[in-house]
Design a binder for this molecule. Structure first.
Ligand code: CTP
Ligand code: CA
Length: 228
C-alpha cells in the first residue's frame, strides 16, 4: 500500500473482481456458507482503482464498505454471482475471480423454517453442484480479455501444491492462477501463506509477502504485461 497512488498503469482499464463467499440457502433463516472474508478481492479492487482502473466489485456477503472509487454489485448465492459476473464481464479487460464460490447447494430450499420434531425435520441435506463460474467466464470471454483465478491448495499424497495448481489452471483454462499454499509451509520455502502466480504460458512468480495488499500488487504486476 502507499506507492500505488503514484501509478496510473491501469488507467482506463475495465476490471471486474469477485470477492467474498457465497451463501446457499437451506430455508428462510439458514444457509451453507464458508469463511471467506472478501478481503483479498477487496484489496485487488482498491489497488486497481488507485492505479487508474474502472473497477466493479461483485461482492458475495462482504462485510466492508466499497473501496474508494469502486462500484459494488452485492450478491448472495453462487447463482446470483454467476448472473452478475456474466452481465459485467463482457466489457472488461480483466476479470478476477477471488470469490469462494460454494461447490454445492442444497437441492431444495424450504419456503418455511425447518422445525424440530415436525414433518419438516431433515435427517440429511441433499446437495447439487453449483455451476463453475470461472470456467464459464473463460469459455465466453471476448478476445483479448484476461481471466484470473484464485486457488487455495494443500499438498497431499497425490501431488504437491504446485502440481495441483498447474492441473487446476489447465482445467479452468484461465490465463493466471494465484495459488495460496495453505498446507503450512515447505513447498515454496515459506511457512506462512505463500502465494505464487502461475501463468498459462508456464511461468511461476513467487509473491514476496503474504499480505493481501502484496498479493494484489503482485497480481496486477503479472496482469500488466499481458494486457493488449
Ligand atoms: N470457482 C468458480 N465457480 C465454482 C467454484 C470455483 O468460479 N463453482 C472459481 C473460484 O472463484 C476460484 C477458482 O474457481 O477463482 C478455483 O476455485 P477452487 O475452489 O480452488 O476450484 P474448484 O474447481 O472448485 O476445485 P476444488 O474441488 O479443489 O474446490
Ligand atoms: Ca471449490
Amino acid at each position: 500500500a502507499g506507492a500505488d497512488v503514484l501509478r496510473a498503469d491501469l488507467d482506463g482499464r475495465r476490471v471486474v473482481v469477485s470477492a467474498g463467499g457465497t451463501r446457499e440457502p437451506l430455508d428462510p433463516v439458514r444457509y451453507l456458507g464458508n469463511r471467506s472474508s472478501g478481503k483479498q478481492g477487496w484489496a485487488l479492487a482498491r489497488v486497481a482503482a488507485a492505479r487508474g482502473a474502472e473497477v466493479t466489485l461483485v461482492a458475495a456477503n462482504v462485510d466492508q464498505p466499497a473501496p474508494f472509487g469502486v462500484r459494488v454489485v452485492p450478491v448472495g448465492t453462487a447463482e446470483e454471482l454467476r448472473t452478475a459476473m456474466l452481465a459485467e464481464a463482457p466489457d472488461a479487460d480483466v476479470v478476477v475471480m477471488t470469490a469462494a464460490v460454494a461447490d454445492f447447494r442444497p437441492e431444495s430450499v424450504a419456503t418455511t423454517k425447518l422445525k424440530k420434531d415436525s414433518a419438516s425435520e431433515p435427517d440429511s441435506v441433499p446437495l447439487v453442484r453449483n455451476p463453475d463460474v470461472l470456467a464459464e467466464l473463460v469459455t465466453k470471454r471476448p478476445s483479448g480479455q484476461l481471466v484470473v483465478g484464485f486457488a487455495a491448495e494443500t499438498g497431499d499424497a497425490d501431488a504437491d501444491v504446485l502440481a495441483h495448481a498447474r492441473a487446476k489452471l489447465a482445467r479452468k483454462g484461465c490465463d493466471l492462477l494465484v495459488v495460496n499454499d495453505v498446507s503450512g509451509g515447505g513447498v515454496f520455502g515459506r511457512p506462512d501463506n505463500a502465494a505464487v502466480v502461475l501463468a498459462a504460458d508456464g511461468t511461476a512468480t513467487e509473491v514476496p509477502h503474504g499480505t493481501k495488499d502484496a498479493v494484489a500488487a503482485a497480481v496486477w504486476q503479472a496482469v500488466l504485461p499481458r494486457l493488449g
